[in-house]
Design a protein around this ligand. Structure first.
Ligand code: ZN
Length: 177
């Protein structure tokens, strides 16, 4: 298993619409394992494949305290959402240091496939509902700050500028001008 580096905003892969997975082979299983390892290593509760630089519809989640309840969602789609909403303070491994309240449906039903290609449905409430909506957003090229009002974004501006600068420096290091 390999711990992969987490892609940091505003890397373009985070703004990309991810491709559906069509081949359910050993390679996919390994990718899911590596994502889980990377998620645990980064102390995250969820990870989407674009966050390790792969624009594919694959998500790993573990919201358990003991970190022993790994869930893998291949090609997940929200097929039902509650009218009732809930506000939760979200963070993202790709946006270190930024936390903000996002309002989302309190309950969603997700349809997805497992690593063998079998379809399943999952009723998601509470933290799982927050997490899965956040991760499915990543597959659509959306990060949680895209949900924030302009006012709130303004508040995070300094931190976002810092991330952009760090990304620029990193790029320059890899490709010296
Ligand atoms: Zn995220």
């Amino acid at each position: 298993m390999t711990v992969l580096p987490i892609v940091i905003y505003p890397n373009p892969v985070l703004a990309q619409k991810c491709s559906p997975i069509t081949v359910f082979d050993e390679q996919l299983a390994t990718l899911a394992k590596d994502m889980a390892e990377s998620m645990y290593a980064a102390k995250g509760i969820g990870l989407a494949a674009p966050q390790i630089g792969k624009p594919l519809c694959l998500i790993t989640i573990d919201i358990s305290e003991e970190k022993n309840d790994l869930m893998v969602f291949v090609n997940p789609k929200i097929i039902a959402r509650s009218e009732e909403t809930e506000e939760f303070e979200e963070g993202c491994l790709s946006l270190p240091g930024i936390w903000d309240k996002v309002k989302r449906p309190a309950e969603v039903t997700v349809q997805a496939q497992d690593l063998h290609g079998n379809s399943f449905e999952k009723q998601c409430t509470g933290l799982l509902a927050v997490c899965i909506q956040h991760e499915i957003d990543h597959l659509d090229g959306t990060v949680f700050i895209d949900h924030l009002s302009r006012l709130k974004k303004e508040r995070d501006k300094a931190k976002l500028r810092k991330l952009r600068l760090a990304a620029k420096k990193e790029a320059e290091k890899n490709h010296p001008a």
